[in-house]
Every structure is written in structure tokens, then in C-alpha cells.
Design a protein around this ligand. Structure first.
Ligand code: 5RP
Length: 243
């Protein structure tokens, strides 16, 4: 790695740490049920939460992890964990995102955890999204995939149905089944992920979200619409909160 690239990586990590720590410091209070997001930015929020619990600066916290990876991380820090079954109301959830638009609509799931993230974050009284400013976009789906979790049974058929959607007809859409080490990637829920790639912005994201959900083999998609209460954004000029 050259010195320049190394410096950029450190800088990117620093931006993630700032927002992760700030989310916990500003929005988590003792006694809360906390939704724990997944990804390299949410990682820092979980670190901070674990640290504050260990230092006695927060107490009576329980966390609800949005993936098995986050579950392992939280357990390693001694964060007590519960599920929505026993704790259906989440006081605050903190998570990263792949893209954030002006209205705080999101693309999530490039890390593969969109189903549990949406399940838990839908129940959050306050959903706090933490990103660096590279995630801010004009139109969703332009910097990478829009992930869709599908059942493995007849996934090629489900993928064809996604490609045939009227609402994506103007987007020059293509699709791949997500893979890992030359095998199909399997989610925490034993499903697959179809990644949709768009060359042009989705004209109506609400309609697209609805039509994608209506396909029978689709379990959930990575368009998170009208869910976010606030977004903490870090950049070279500091940190700001968008509400
Ligand atoms: C995982 C997600 C992540 O929140 C998203 O991929 C952002 O991750 P990172 O903070 O590592 O960029 O949706 O399913």
C-alpha cells in the first residue's frame, strides 16, 4: 500500500469513528433498547456502546443486533442482547448506509444484512444513520447495487421478474446473484441476494419499492424509504446532522 492510499484509509476510518461515537454519545441514554446496525461504520457505534457500559457511563442497556456478525461483536464487548420478540419497541437504532438521498431515503444491504436491519429499524422510535459524506447522493442506486434478498428456490425466475419490472424499465437495469469465494452468498436468513445495477436513476422510488416487494420470491429490498429520523454525516470540514 502506498503512503497516500494508507493515509486515505486512515482518514476514512477516522470519519466512521467520529459518527459512530457521536451517535452513541448524543442519542443513547441509560435504560434504552438499542438497535445495533451492521457494517464498518456501525462497528464504531458498537465499540463506543461497549466502552461506555464497561466504564459505567451507561447502564441498563440492551442491544438488538441486526446480523450475526454484529451479534458476535456486541457479545465480545459484553453488551446484553435481546430480540424484538421480547423487546418489540426499540428506543434508538444506529446504523450505516450505502447511499443517503436528500430526503434521507437510503440504499442499504451491500453488506448483506438488509432484512434484519429493516425488521429492527422499522420498530425504532429514532433511527440514526451514520455515514461519511461520500454516501450522500442525488439519486438512489447510482453508486452501486440496490440489493434484494430473495428465497433460494427458483432465484433465477425471481431475478427475471425483477429485471422485467415496469418501474425499472427506464433504468437500463442489470442483475447479478451475489457471490462470495465463488459460491452464492447466503444471508443470515439462509436466503440469497440479487444485486440490481441501474444505469439511470429510478423515476419513482416509492413505486419501485412497492413493485419489488410484490414479487413473490422477494423477501425484502434495500430501499429504506421514510424511515430515518436523522443522519450524522462526517467529512473533511467536520460533522453535521441532517434531519
Ligand atoms: C449492511 C448495510 C450497511 O449499513 C451498509 O452496507 C454500510 O456499511 P459501511 O458502514 O461498512 O459502509 O446496509 O447490510
Amino acid at each position: 500500500m502506498s503512503v497516500t492510499v494508507e493515509t486515505q484509509v486512515i482518514h476514512a476510518e477516522a470519519l466512521k469513528k467520529v459518527v459512530g461515537y457521536k451517535a452513541v454519545d448524543d442519542y443513547v441514554r441509560s435504560g434504552m433498547v438499542v438497535g445495533l446496525g451492521t457494517g464498518s461504520t456501525a462497528y464504531y457505534a458498537i465499540q463506543r456502546l461497549g466502552q461506555k457500559l464497561q466504564e459505567g457511563k451507561l447502564f441498563d442497556i440492551v442491544g438488538i443486533p441486526t446480523s450475526t456478525k454484529t451479534e458476535r461483536h456486541a457479545k465480545s464487548l459484553g453488551i446484553p442482547l435481546v430480540t424484538l420478540d421480547s423487546h418489540p419497541v426499540v428506543d434508538v437504532a444506529i446504523d450505516g448506509a450505502d447511499e443517503v438521498d436528500r430526503r434521507l431515503n437510503l440504499v442499504k444491504g451491500r453488506g448483506g444484512s438488509l432484512l434484519r436491519e429493516k425488521l429492527i429499524e422499522t420498530e425504532a422510535r429514532k433511527l440514526v444513520i451514520i455515514v461519511d459524506d461520500s454516501k450522500l447522493v442525488e439519486g438512489l442506486g447510482m453508486t452501486g447495487a440496490v440489493p434484494v434478498e430473495v428465497i433460494p428456490f427458483c432465484w433465477r425466475h425471481t431475478m427475471r421478474r425483477l429485471l422485467g419490472l415496469e418501474c425499472l424499465a427506464s433504468c437500463n437495469v442489470s442483475a447479478t446473484i451475489r457471490s462470495e469465494n465463488e459460491n452464492i452468498y447466503v444471508t443470515d436468513n439462509n436466503n440469497y441476494i440479487v444485486d440490481l445495477f441501474l444505469e439511470k436513476p429510478i423515476p419513482d422510488i416509492v413505486l419501485a419499492a412497492q413493485q419489488i416487494s410484490e414479487i413473490v420470491g422477494v423477501v425484502e429490498h434495500g430501499l429504506f424509504l421514510n424511515m430515518v429520523d436523522l443522519c450524522i454525516v462526517s467529512g473533511k470540514d467536520g460533522t453535521r446532522v441532517i434531519e
